[in-house]
Design a protein around this ligand. Structure first.
Ligand code: FAD
Ligand code: NAP
Length: 536
């Protein structure tokens, strides 16, 4: 009999998990507390309890070719960076294509997941749910936790901002920010320098009287439009560059990163430079922020060291008078509201999971967390590979090492994270991209074998190595192989260019050839005239 799997949440990670269960012949039941799919990507005017919330204007900061599922490329006419409504449209297409909706029970929140009495023998879980006034309980062979990590808004504790209790203005967390209505003529201080802070500052500065970004740690700010106008991630996330990243000494990598980041504008001159330039922290992707800073619409200030009734006091001794609103764009806390700490204990905003997926100390590997990760690339293919690996483990096709090996690996991975990304809360689940995908793919048996590819299909092998590491690479071989993967890889550039190359003109090579032919013709004509004169 097929193993029954509870999938909790129907966002990106939940949908990928349902699909992976089906691929492996498992029987999924997905519980989604809200009334629809999409998770964070389904914008609503109001924040819903227990579901991540976005503002109306959110565009993705990872590009479409990199942010799709591995056997379902985005339609070629979709823009490279999608508005949230467009990405939700993609998720709907995906759910329809693979007939996923019938496995989802909407408006059903999971309220507890506990080990069954015979758990140590069976690995089974008792899952309790709540829908309207009805509570139910089910037994599952395995559980996939796909609730995301942007449910619980984090506002720093009172001691971080002495005097804040006296502040008479309004304050909110970025999770509650929806649009710039109501900010007309206001002085707004935004705390934080992540992607939320930058997006909100850029949007608000068109309405508000004054917008100040207060950053303690700074950030590299990158444009979505990268070399030659290609999306940043298709240029940076190639296997070739990843190899260099791993071969070169870290100091050289850091020097190269800093040099590249300062090509667009000098971060020091814009007050944005990271306090610790050595870290490879997640950058901020914002094409407009430097422009608003240079036009004086957004001011960058250091950390707020305290508040009075009406002012914010900065570390550098300057004061912001008459502050109307403070927005805490200070990130999120990782929570598992329905799990006992004996199953997963969050420490320093981090859950110690083997390869970010499995609690190492379980009797049986029957509970997996999918999507609790912040890779340097898109989360969609990352969650998908986690789900593919986890379902293989549930089936016994992929076997986990001993508990001590898993614990040691988890600690080592964390040490590497601290070395690369630092100790900031915002980097607590940060990880590299291609290296991590390959690790998961190895677990699945779907890591592309480049040597084999080079022998069989050199054109494809070169595209896989030098081109962007698109998700289709993980469908070329092994379990879950997709016949369309090769074609999807070889046509990825066409899909990238299709939505922007909407006015075709004779290209420069054509123009040069025509000019050369004209010059050649002219020379032939001149030579003929010259020769005919010579004869006379
Ligand atoms: P979510 O999308 O949060 O979905 C979780 C689902 O679980 C929700 O539907 C929720 O209702 C449900 N749920 C929660 N608790 C329960 C429960 N107890 N019972 C039942 N259901 C439950 N990542 C990228 O790769 N690229 C981007 O461009 C990008 N942009 C982002 C922009 C913003 C503003 C933010 C905040 C994040 C962005 N991210 C981006 C990261 C984001 O986390 C992922 O894109 C993705 O949405 C994560 O999907 P998920 O399914 O893991 O979580
Ligand atoms: P975040 O990345 O966690 O950033 C939180 C910010 O708050 C950091 O700058 C952090 O500074 C600061 N902070 C935290 N505690 C603080 C304190 N006590 N005092 C002062 N500053 C403090 O949160 P986020 O910006 O909401 O982003 C969350 C995730 O969503 C990220 O993965 C992001 O990429 C994604 N996102 C994407 C988009 C998009 O695609 N357009 C938009 C928004 C968010 P330090 O770094 O110094 O700790």
């Amino acid at each position: 009999m097929a193993k029954r799997v509870a999938v909790i949440g129907a966002g990106v990670s939940g949908l990928a998990s349902i699909k992976s269960c089906l691929e492996e012949g498992l029987e999924p039941t997905c519980f989604e507390r809200s009334s629809d799919i999409g998770g964070l990507w389904r914008f609503t005017e109001y924040v819903e309890k227990g579901r991540a919330s976005i503002y109306n204007s959110v565009f993705m900061n990872s590009s479409k070719e990199m942010s799709c599922f591995s056997d379902f490329p985005m339609p070629d006419h979709f823009p490279n960076y999608l508005h949230n409504t467009k990405f939700l449209e993609y998720l709907r297409l995906y759910a329809k294509r693979f007939d996923l909706l019938k496995y989802i029970r909407f408006k059903t929140a999971v309220i507890s997941v506990e080990k069954t009495k015979d758990h140590s023998a069976t690995g089974q879980w008792k899952v309790a749910t709540q829908s309207d006034d009805k509570q139910e309980s089910f037994v599952f062979d395995a559980v996939m936790v796909c609730i995301g990590h942007q449910i619980e808004a984090y506002i720093p504790p009172a001691e971080c901002f002495p005097g804040f209790e006296k502040f008479k203005g309004k304050y909110l967390h970025s999770q509650n920010y929806k649009n710039p209505e109501g900010f007309q003529g206001k002085t707004v201080v935004i705390i934080g320098m992540g992607n939320s802070a930058a997006d909100i500052a850029v949007e608000l500065c068109r309405k508000a009287k004054k917008v100040v970004l207060s950053s303690r740690g700074g950030s590299w700010v990158m444009s979505r439009v990268f070399d030659n106008g290609y999306p940043w991630d298709v240029i940076l996330h190639t296997r070739f560059k990843n190899l260099l990243l791993n071969l070169l000494p870290l100091d050289i990598v850091r020097w190269m990163v800093e040099k590249k980041m300062n090509e667009w504008f000098n971060h020091e001159n814009y007050g944005l430079v990271p306090q610790n330039r050595l870290l490879l922290k997640e950058p901020v992707f914002n094409d407009h922020l430097p422009s608003h800073i240079i036009c004086g619409d957004v001011t960058v200030k250091p950390n707020v060291k305290g508040f009075t009734e009406t002012s914010a006091l900065y570390d550098d001794g300057t004061v912001e008078e008459n502050v109307d609103v403070v927005i805490f764009a200070t990130g999120y806390s990782t929570i598992f509201p329905f799990l006992d700490e004996s199953v997963i204990k969050v420490e320093e905003n981090r859950a110690p999971l083997y390869k970010h997926v499995f609690p190492p100390h379980l009797e049986k590997p029957t509970l997996a967390v999918i999507g609790l990760i912040q890779p340097l690339g898109p989360i969609m293919p990352t969650s998908e590979l986690q789900a593919r690996w986890a379902t293989r483990v549930f089936k016994g096709q992929s076997v986990l090492p001993s508990e001590s090996t898993m614990v040691a690996d988890t600690s080592k991975r964390n040490e590497k994270r601290v070395k690369w990304f630092g100790t900031s809360r915002s980097q607590s689940i940060q990880t590299e991209f291609i290296g991590y995908l390959d690790e998961l793919a190895t677990g699945v048996g779907a890591k592309p074998n480049l040597i084999m590819l080079l022998l069989k299909d050199p054109k494809l092998a070169l595209t896989v190595f030098f081109g962007p590491c698109t998700p289709f690479q993980f469908r070329l071989m092994g379990p879950g192989k997709w016949a369309g993967a090769r074609q999807a890889i070889l046509t990825q550039t066409e899909r990238i260019l299709k939505p922007t190359k909407t006015r075709i003109v004779a290209n420069s090579l054509g123009y040069t050839m025509v000019s050369l032919l004209k010059i050649l013709g002219l020379l032939v004509l001149l030579a003929a005239i010259f020769l005919s004169f010579g004869r006379h």
